[in-house]
Design a protein around this ligand. Structure first.
Ligand code: WT7
Length: 654
C-alpha cells in the first residue's frame, strides 16, 4: 500500500469521529440484537439455514454446506428457481401490484413494472428464448444499457436454467468476443443503442463486429431502444427483434425449471492480474440466500421502501443489489439509464425526489463528483424521503463520507460502507445500520457469520492496530464457486496464498476496536471510478499497437476517480512521441478493451526503469505518475532512465 494512504489512515485513526445509530432508527431496525454476531459466529451454518427459510425451495436441501477447500456446495440436494423467488412468489401474492422496477430513461421517458407485469414479461422472454433453441445449461450473453429488458432477460435465463453473462455496455467488440468465446454463448441479447449524456450510444454495431469471430452464437435478439428499426443492420437468419419475438410468445407461461441449488446462475467476467479476465461462476441457492439476506439486513429494507442502487447491471453490484437480492425481497427498485449530469448535474436528486427514494446505494467516485459540483444541486430537491445511504466499490475518504451524510442524508441517515467483490457475490464487511457505531471511512465489521482477518506475509494474524492482507476464513453462501473453465486458476488465485483462507487481494488495517479499514488492492488490479481494471490487460492492449515496443501501466491516486491509469511507453524506432501519439494509443486501448480503460496519462520513455533482475519498478512509476520525486534509484539498472522520465514529467505538468 502507498505510504501516503497509510499516513491518511493513521491520521484518521487518531481522529475518532463516530456516529451512533439514533434511538429511533435502532428501535425500527430489521437487525437490532447485537447477539446476532455471537450467535452466527458460533454456528454459521445454523445462521444460514435460518436465512434459507426466506427462500422458496421446490425440493428441500439436506445439507447446508459441503466444504472441501476450495470447493463449496451450499444447500446441497435442494432445488429452486431464482425467478420463482424474485418474481412469481410476489406476483402471486400481496405484492402483485407493487412496483418491482421503476425505470427512468435518460431522455425522461419512464416505465413502471409491477411484480405482475414483471411476471408476464419474464415469461414471454423465457418462452422466446426457448423457442430460439436455448436450453437448460446453454449460456446467453447480454450486452445492453440500463433498460428493464436487461433485468427481464437475466430473469428469463434464470427461469429456464440458462446461465447468463452480462457484458458491461462500455466494453469494446474485442472484449465482447473474448467473453462470448470463453463461455461459448449460444445467443446474444443486445439493443440498437442506449442514451448517454444526451446522445445515442451504439451497442448493436459492437456486437456485429464481435460476432465476426464468435462461432458459438447463432441468434441475436435486439431490443429497440434508440433507433428507427429500419436504420438498424439486421443480419438475416441471425438477428431478430426482441419485441417481435416476445410478442410471438403471447401470454405463454413457462414454468420455472426446478434447478439444483448449485446450478450455474451466471458467469461474470472480472479483471485479474493477467491479461485474461476471469469468468466468475455464481450458482443459485447460496447466492440467492446470501444476497437477499444481506440486502434486507444492510439496507434495513421495509416493504414500503423505494430502493435505488445506481450501479450498472454490467457489474456485480447490479447483479446482486439491483436484480437478485432486492427482487428476492420483493423490493421496489429504481433503475436509471443515463449519466448523473444530464440534462443537468441534479439528475440523481431529481430522481430521488420524483420517486420518493428512501434507500440510495452508490459509489464513492460519484459522491466525490457531487461534492465537486457543489451542494446547490442537491439543495434544489426535497431529499427528505431518504433514510439510509450506502457506498461500495472502493475506499471512501472520510471527507466524502461526511459530505454524503450531511448534505444528502440531512446528518441523520446512516451511511453503510459495504466491502465486497465480484468473487464474493455478496456484501461481507459492512455496518448494520441499527447496531453499528459508524466511523467515516471504515466498512466496520464482518457481516454476521463472516470470519475475516488481517494477516502478514506468513499468514499470521496481525494484532489489532496493525495492517496486512485481508482474508476470509470460512466459506459463505454467495461465494463464486470457480472460474469458468479454469478451476486451477481459481484455486491458485484465491486459495493457495494462505491455505484454507480466501485471499481477497485487498490490504486492510484494523484499529484498536477491531474496525476494518480497507486500503485498496495489493496486486496489479486497479480500481478506476469503482471499475476494476487489470494493469496487464491495458499493457497487452498497448503493446498490441505497432508503434509500441514496451509498456507499463500503474494506478495513481486521483481526486475523483480514486485511481487513474498512468501508462509508461517505449516506442519503436520510427514512431515519434507527442500529443498525437498519446491520442492514438488512448484510442487504441478504447478499441481493444473499452473507453473505461483509456490511460489518463501517457509518458514516453526511452527505456522502462527496471531492477537488475529486470522487474519493472512500478512503485517508482507510481511516484513519478503522482508527481512525487523519490523512490530508491540505487537498484535501477540505468539511473539515467529515471532522470529522463522525471524531466518529461516536469515538462508535462508545467
Ligand atoms: C474491489 C472489488 C463489489 C462491488 C463493486 C466492486 C474494492 C469494493 C469496497 C469498499 C474499499 C472496496 C476492493 C475490492 N472495494 N468495495 N467498501 N471499500 N474497497 O467489485 O469490481 O469486483 O472490485 O473493489 O478493492 O477488491 P469488483
Amino acid at each position: 500500500m502507498s505510504t501516503e494512504l497509510q499516513g491518511t489512515i493513521d491520521a484518521l485513526l487518531q481522529e475518532d469521529r463516530r456516529y451512533e445509530p439514533s434511538a429511533e432508527f435502532h428501535a425500527q431496525a430489521n437487525v437490532k440484537d447485537p447477539a446476532v454476531y455471537e450467535r452466527a459466529g458460533r454456528d454459521p451454518e445454523g445462521f444460514w439455514a435460518e436465512q434459507a427459510r426466506n427462500i422458496d425451495w421446490i425440493t428441500p436441501y439436506h445439507t447446508v454446506l459441503e466444504w472441501d477447500v476450495p470447493w463449496a456446495k451450499w444447500f446441497v440436494g435442494g432445488q429452486l428457481n431464482a425467478t420463482a423467488n424474485c418474481v412469481d412468489r410476489h406476483a402471486h401474492g400481496s405484492r402483485r401490484d407493487k412496483p418491482a422496477i421503476v425505470w427512468e430513461g435518460e431522455p425522461g421517458d419512464t416505465k413502471v413494472l409491477t411484480y405482475a407485469d414483471l411476471y408476464r414479461e419474464v415469461n414471454r422472454a423465457a418462452s422466446a428464448l426457448k423457442r430460439l433453441g436455448v436450453q437448460q445449461g446453454d449460456r446467453v450473453a447480454l450486452y445492453l444499457g440500463m433498460v428493464p429488458e436487461l433485468a427481464i432477460a437475466m430473469l428469463a435465463c434464470a427461469r429456464i436454467g440458462a446461465p447468463h453473462t452480462v457484458i458491461f455496455g462500455g466494453f469494446s467488440a474485442e472484449s465482447i468476443a473474448d467473453r462470448v468465446n470463453d463461455c461459448e454463448a449460444k445467443l446474444v441479447v443486445t439493443a440498437d443503442g442506449t442514451y448517454r449524456r444526451g446522445s445515442k450510444f451504439g451497442l448493436k454495431l459492437h456486437v456485429d463486429r464481435a460476432l465476426e469471430s464468435c462461432p458459438s452464437v447463432d441468434k441475436v435478439l435486439v431490443v429497440n431502444r434508440t433507433h428507427d428499426p429500419a436504420e438498424v443492420n439486421m443480419v438475416p437468419g441471425r438477428d431478430l427483434w426482441w419485441h417481435a419475438e416476445v410478442d410471438r410468445s403471447g401470454s405463454e407461461i413457462v414454468p420455472p425449471e426446478p434447478l439444483d441449488s448449485e446450478h450455474p446462475l451466471y458467469i461474470l467476467y472480472t479483471s485479474g492480474t493477467t491479461g485474461k479476465p476471469k469468468g466468475m461462476l455464481h450458482t443459485t441457492g447460496g447466492y440467492l440466500v446470501g444476497t437477499a439476506t444481506t440486502h434486507q439486513a444492510v439496507f434495513d429494507l421495509k416493504d414500503d421502501d423505494v430502493y435505488w442502487c445506481t450501479a450498472d447491471i454490467g457489474w456485480v453490484t447490479g447483479h446482486s443489489y439491483v436484480v437478485y437480492g432486492p427482487l428476492a425481497n420483493g423490493a421496489t427498485c429504481v433503475m436509471y439509464e443515463g449519466t448523473p449530469d444530464y440534462p443537468d448535474k441534479d439528475r440523481f436528486w431529481a430522481l430521488v425526489e420524483r420517486h420518493n427514494i428512501s434507500i440510495l446505494y452508490t459509489a464513492p467516485t460519484a459522491i466525490r463528483t457531487f461534492m465537486k459540483w457543489g451542494a446547490q444541486y442537491p439543495a434544489k430537491h426535497d431529499l427528505s424521503t431518504l433514510r439510509i445511504l450506502g457506498t461500495v466499490g472502493e475506499p471512501i475518504n472520510p471527507e466524502a463520507w461526511v459530505w454524503y451524510r450531511e448534505v444528502i442524508g440531512r446528518d441523520i441517515c446512516p451511511v453503510v460502507d459495504t466491502w465486497w467483490m465480484t468473487e464474493t457475490g455478496m456484501i461481507l464487511i459492512t455496518p448494520l445500520p441499527g447496531l453499528t457505531t459508524l466511523k467515516p471511512g471504515s466498512a466496520s465489521f464482518p457481516f454476521p457469520s463472516i470470519e475475516a482477518d488481517v494477516v502478514d506475509d506468513q499468514g499470521t494474524s496481525v494484532p489489532l492496530g496493525g495492517g496486512g492482507y485481508l482474508v476470509i476464513k470460512r466459506p459463505w453462501p454467495a461465494m463464486a464457486r470457480t472460474i469458468w473453465g479454469d478451476p486451477e486458476r481459481y484455486r491458485q488465485t484465491y486459495w493457495d496464498r494462505f491455505p484454507g483462507s480466501y485471499f481477497a487481494g485487498d490490504g486492510a488495517k484494523r484499529d484498536a476496536e477491531g474496525y476494518f479499514w480497507l486500503l485498496g488492492r495489493v496486486d496489479d488490479v486497479l480500481n478506476v471510478s469503482g471499475h476494476r481494471i487489470g494493469t496487464m490487460e491495458v499493457e497487452s492492449a498497448l503493446v498490441s499497437h505497432p508503434s509500441v515496443a514496451e509498456a507499463a501501466v500503474v494506478g495513481i491516486n486521483h481526486e475523483i476517480k480514486g485511481q487513474a491509469l498512468a501508462a509508461f511507453v517505449t516506442l519503436r524506432g520510427s514512431s515519434e512521441p507527442g500529443d498525437e501519439q498519446v491520442d492514438i494509443l488512448r484510442n487504441h486501448v478504447a478499441e481493444k478493451i473499452g473507453p473505461i480503460a483509456k490511460p489518463d496519462k501517457v509518458f514516453f520513455t526511452a527505456e522502462l526503469p527496471k531492477t537488475r533482475s529486470a522487474k519493472i519498478m512500478r512503485r517508482l512509476l507510481r511516484d513519478i505518475g503522482e508527481g512525487r520525486v523519490g523512490g530508491d534509484t540505487t537498484t535501477l539498472a540505468d539511473p539515467s532512465v529515471l532522470a529522463s522520465i522525471k524531466e518529461q514529467y516536469e515538462e508535462q505538468e508545467g
